[in-house]
Every structure is written in C-alpha cells, then in structure tokens.
Design a protein around this ligand. Structure first.
Ligand code: NAD
Length: 478
C-alpha cells in the first residue's frame, strides 16, 4: 500500500476534503514512492478554526508550562532520533550522517532552546521620564509557519517552537516535496498528549494550501522560509492585510579569502560551505573570491580536495552529498550549468557521481567554475546546487564590491588571520550574517536573517519571541 502523509487538524489525522493528493518522489531514483494529502482552502479553514479554539487555553498556560510541553516534545524526538534521521534521509536522499549528526539534533535543540525561552523571555519596564511603563509581550493568536524542503524538520521546528513558546497556536505548512518528518512529528505531539488544536499540520501545494493560510484573516502572522519569489508574494499578501510576516529567503553568498590565507589548509572548509546538502542550504557559499596573486594556489588546492566530494545515495557510505530535491531543482541546476558555459564559465574541477547512484536519480556532481563575470546570471542568481564559482580580486575594495554585487544579502564568510581586516570586512559586507574563519556555526540566541532580497526580519533568540508577540505598553501615571 502506498504511504500517504495526511493532514493533522484538531488532534486528528485527515485526508483533504476532496481526497486530493500529490506524489512524493524518492530523489535518488526519480520515482514516486508515496503521496501527500493536498489540503484545500476548506481544510485550511478547519485547521485555523481548530487553532482558534485551542488558543485561549494555550495562551493562559504559564510560560514555564508551555516550556515543559516543548521539553516533552524534545524528549520524544530525541528518543526517536535514529528513526527520524532515517526517515528524513529517505525523504530527501541526503546522507544519513547529515540527518543523524546535524539536522535531527538541531531540531531537538530548537525545541529545547525555545522551551527555555518561554520562561526566560522578559518584558521591559521604563520609568523616570513619564510614569511607570510596563511593556507586555502578548501572544498574537493563531500563526502560520511555512517551511521549505532543504532542511525539513530543522526549519519546521525552528519556527513552531518560538511560536508555541510565546503562547500562540500554530498551523504549520511544510514543503510538499518533503512531507515525511513533519507528519511523523505531529504524531509525536499527539502521543505526548499535546492539547488538540495547538499544533495543526496542513500539507499540500504552496499556491493552494500555503496561500489560503496566508490569506486567512484569522491568521495573525506568517513566518516563512523559502524562495525570494514566493517571499515577495507572501509579503504582498500580508501587506494588504497589514499582517505581520517574517521572510527568510534566498542567498548568493560569497566567501572572501584574505591575502594572508593559505588555500590548502582551508580547502575542505571552503568546499563543505559550498557543497553540504548538495549546495541546497540558503547559507551555502556559491562564490569564492580570492586574491589574484594566489589564484593558481587556490585552483590547485580546490581541485585536489574536490575529489572527496562524491554524490550518491544514503546507502553508499562514500557519498558526501545526495541528489537534488526534485526534478524541477535538477533541471534548474543543469540549466544554470549550461548557461555558465554560454556566459564564458569553464569547469576547472569537479567531484563525481558514485557508481552506486541510479542514473534516474537527481544527482549532480559538485563543480568549481571559473571565468564568470560578476554580473553574469550564474554569478548573481541563486542556483541552489553544488556549484561554486571562483573569482579573483585585486584589492580589498574590489573584493567587497564583488561580494556585494548581487541583489541578495544573506550571509558571507571571511577567511583571514588579520583581525583588522576581519572587522573592516564584517562592516562592509551588506549581509545579515558574517562568519569569520568558520561557516554555519550557530548560536541560537543570535539574530538570524538576511538583508536586501534575502529577507525581512530576523529569527532566533529574542527576535523570534518578539516576532511572535504583540507589545502592549501600559503606562502607570505617577
Ligand atoms: P519555495 O519558496 O518554493 O517554497 C517554500 C514553502 O512555501 C513551501 O512549503 C511551499 O509549499 C510554500 N509556498 C510556495 N508557494 C506559496 C504561495 N504562493 N503561498 C504560500 N506558500 C507557498 O522554496 P523552496 O524551493 O521550498 O526552498 C528553497 C528556497 O528556500 C531557496 O531559495 C533557499 O535559499 C530558501 N531558504 C532560505 C532560508 C533562510 O533562512 N533564508 C533557509 C532555507 C531555504
């Protein structure tokens, strides 16, 4: 029997009202292996209504009680971490180690972090100028979370945890491309007895289920992670209703290597930052800027190290990256590789596809390109695949100009031993996140998000708790 991932509304699993489903593919074989219920606007209506009914009791809990629920969710997920890692790996095709060592532990950490945040989040008091002011931070009501396929459970929990901690009830919409782990997660919630309606799951197509959720007047805020195009659409819909929204969008991140850095010792870090999860992380670096005088050294170091980057299925222990997530993503990345050649780019080094990979799977060998102009489409648009382009610079000012020469502003990485250079670059790079001599190290208390076309607003720590609450200032006259 075909596995079907269903909706979860008011504590119960359901099919869509009209019985509609979408196929779910195994990206390692390019084959439909399961189906996911495709929620209709009517299903969304039911989910929002259930969340509304659950809201008063959930919001009335003490923050520490909501924190305990999140801890229980974290405990339940941790107890089944191995099964969740296997499920996520099968659904996405990514290496099991990535799920086991990074993504599922991070989902547990998201829940634990915001469990603690529920009771440590503090509101402000101001006095001495005009009365005694107390700023209350009140839950908004029903909120929507919409997440992508690249880090399914990691990003699903990153949104729902602060939303619940702050006292809201949630209707969550994961990507239709990777529905499995969200479905399994709501089963955990039911098993631990999370009150019905507090966390509802609508699966299905973005333009139908996702958009119905965004448009619903009963939804007070939308937390979205995904592409810039869809983010713009959601931002416009929220704008019409003056609805709060947080948008975490695409990137075209640069890694800037300083004059003082030798290539060989950092080649592995550089390639990992470009090819982890087959380059399908918004934070992956896709442009490498190196001093012109060291270009040959960089080329050699990367060409040597890229041999370790093998694309293959999770069953092959030598595979460091899996396939691309969908036929559309596969076609898009291959289209950019063809375009790169037309734009004057040439492949200077390549990883490989494992012999174990099914030719019908959506595998792409990691590629290092050179010769692309900064303004070329391949060097300025988000490809979201295992593609890194190498660009020489003559001085620091040119390096900064190149790094900032795309419409995106999510993240940048700087490699240097010179503290002064690190500080200058961190100030000059027009992005939301800068890593120096590291990549993707995350302290969950820090603000996370992008500048320019990479987003609007910040997640993480108190930023997330503020997003999911309404401030009400109460002034006590003196
Ligand atoms: P996407 O925008 O296609 O879809 C994201 C989610 O939005 C999915 O759940 C989808 O069903 C839903 N959706 C699609 N159309 C919708 C609509 N009209 N209304 C409401 N919801 C809709 O993105 P994707 O392809 O799943 O993910 C890849 C993108 O996500 C990349 O651009 C990547 O950079 C970005 N991303 C950003 C971050 C970040 O934190 N900035 C993190 C991960 C991924």
């Amino acid at each position: 029997m075909t596995t079907r991932y269903r909706l979860h509304i008011d504590g119960e699993d359901r099919d869509a009202h009209d019985g509609g489903v979408l196929p779910v593919f195994d990206p390692c074989r390019g084959l439909a292996v399961a189906e996911v219920a495709a929620a209709t606007p009517g299903d969304v209506e039911d989910a929002v209504a259930a969340a509304h009914r659950a809201f008063p009791a959930w919001a009335a809990l003490r923050p520490s009680e909501r924190g305990r629920w999140l801890q229980r969710l974290a405990d339940a997920l941790e107890a089944e971490a191995a099964a969740f890692a296997a499920l996520e790996s099968a659904d996405t095709g990514k290496p099991l180690a990535l799920c086991r060592e990074i993504e599922i532990p991070r989902a547990v950490a998201n829940l634990r972090f915001f469990a603690a945040a529920a009771s440590t989040f503090a509101s402000e008091a101001h006095h001495g100028e005009a009365g005694l002011n107390l700023t209350l931070r009140l839950p908004l009501g029903v909120v929507a979370t919409i997440s992508p396929w690249n880090l399914p459970l990691y990003l699903f929990t990153w949104k729902l945890a602060p939303a619940l901690a702050a006292g809201n009830t949630v209707v969550a919409k994961p990507s239709e491309i990777t529905p499995a782990s969200a479905s399994a997660f709501v089963q955990l919630a039911r098993r631990i007895g999370l009150p019905r309606g507090v966390l509802n799951l609508v699966q299905g197509a973005g333009p139908v289920a996702g958009e119905a959720l965004v448009r619903h007047p009963g939804v007070k805020a939308v937390s979205f992670t995904g592409s810039t195009a869809v983010g713009r659409r959601i931002g416009a819909l929220c704008g019409e209703q003056l609805k709060k929204c947080s948008l975490e969008l695409g990137g075209k991140n640069a890694l800037l290597a300083g004059e003082d850095v030798d290539a060989a010792p950092v080649a592995e870090l550089v390639l990992r930052s470009a090819f982890q999860n087959a380059g399908q992380i918004c934070l992956c670096n896709s442009r490498l800027l190196v001093p012109r005088g060291r270009l040959e050294e960089w080329r050699f170091a990367l060409a040597t190290a890229i041999g370790d980057w093998v694309a293959g299925p999770p069953s092959d222990a030598s595979a460091r990256l899996g396939p691309l997530a969908s036929q559309a993503q596969f076609d898009k990345v291959r289209g950019y590789l063809a375009l790169a050649r037309a734009e004057g780019g040439r492949v200077v080094a390549e990883g490989r596809i494992a012999a174990s990979a099914d030719p019908a799977g959506w595998f792409v060998a990691p590629v290092l390109l050179e010769g692309l102009g900064a303004a070329s489409r391949c060097a300025s648009e988000e490809i979201f695949g295992p593609v890194l382009s190498l660009h020489p610079y003559d001085d620091e000012a040119e390096a900064v100009a190149l790094a900032n020469a795309t419409p995106y502003g999510l993240a940048a990485t700087v490699l240097t031993h010179d503290l002064g250079r690190a500080q200058r670059l961190a100030a000059a790079l027009d992005v939301g996140l800068v890593w120096v001599n590291t990549w993707m190290q995350r302290d969950l208390r820090t603000p996370f998000g992008g500048a320019r076309q990479s987003g609007l607003g910040r997640e993480g720590g108190w930023e997330a708790m503020r997003f999911f609450t309404e401030a009400r200032n109460v002034c006590l006259g003196t």
